[in-house]
Design a protein around this ligand. Structure first.
Ligand SMILES: [Zn+2]
Length: 229
């Protein structure tokens, strides 16, 4: 059986960006695994990391990453995908102290590249994908670039997706060559919407509401995959 492995930086990126394509492939009998890199916990987040939790209306004592891992498992269940969670810390837990810093240069003290590369290589070797999907890092989130750079170092055949919803905000046109355009069927769009809605803690922050997210997905005609270059 063909096996697609999607490498998602955060708990939501693969569904947000290529949920329709993954849904279509899963429906066709393809095995789908979503590996999410930055899903680790810190015991007591402070500063910006805590603010990222509080500004989503979640209390300080709630285990925010456990909630998001559970959301991811529910999202994967929509299409029968398997969820793999690497226990690495996302940028707000590595010293990035504000939203603009997440989209600026990598910090000199950010030591994530090496452990991320090691864990991704081990995971990909274990999962043995026929098709490897990963983010283009449209929008320039530091964690998305770390994933792209780690996969470049591992050097396996892969296709890169346009990071959504960053894509629409960045008005960014990728320079890489388009390899595949998956035009969304109504069923694909529906399943992508249901998957995305499972990341309930992120919807208000990313879109304002589930209705606005649905409206945004309704504007997406196709999901494009690019050569890694
Ligand atoms: Zn992300």
């Amino acid at each position: 059986m063909t096996h697609i492995v999607a490498i998602s930086p955060h708990l939501d990126d693969a569904a947000f960006s290529v949920g329709g394509l993954l849904a279509a492939r899963a429906r066709a009998g393809v095995r789908v695994t979503i590996v999410t890199c930055f899903t680790g916990n810190v015991a007591r987040p402070t500063g910006f990391a805590l603010a990222c939790q509080l500004d989503k209306g979640l209390s300080a004592d709630l285990d925010y990453m456990a909630l998001r891992r559970a959301e991811d498992i529910a999202a994967c269940a929509v299409i029968g995908a398997h969820a793999v969670h690497l226990p690495l810390l996302e940028a707000p837990h590595r010293g990035y102290a504000s939203a603009p810093e997440l989209f600026a240069a990598r910090r000199a003290d950010d030591m994530m590249q090496e452990p991320l590369t090691e864990q991704l290589e081990e995971t990909i070797d274990r999962l043995r994908p026929d098709v490897l999907l990963a983010p283009l890092a449209v929008g320039n989130h530091v964690d998305h670039w770390l994933v792209r750079d780690a996969l470049s170092a591992i050097d396996r055949p892969m296709l890169l997706w346009e990071d959504w919803p960053y894509l629409t905000r960045a008005s960014h046109t990728p320079v890489e060559a388009v390899r595949e355009q998956h035009v969304l069927s109504a069923q694909d769009r529906h399943e992508r919407t249901v998957m995305c809605a499972a990341y309930a803690s992120q919807i208000g922050f990313q879109f304002g509401s589930v209705e606005k997210m649905e409206a945004a997905i309704a504007q997406v005609r196709e999901e494009r995959l690019y050569d890694a270059g």
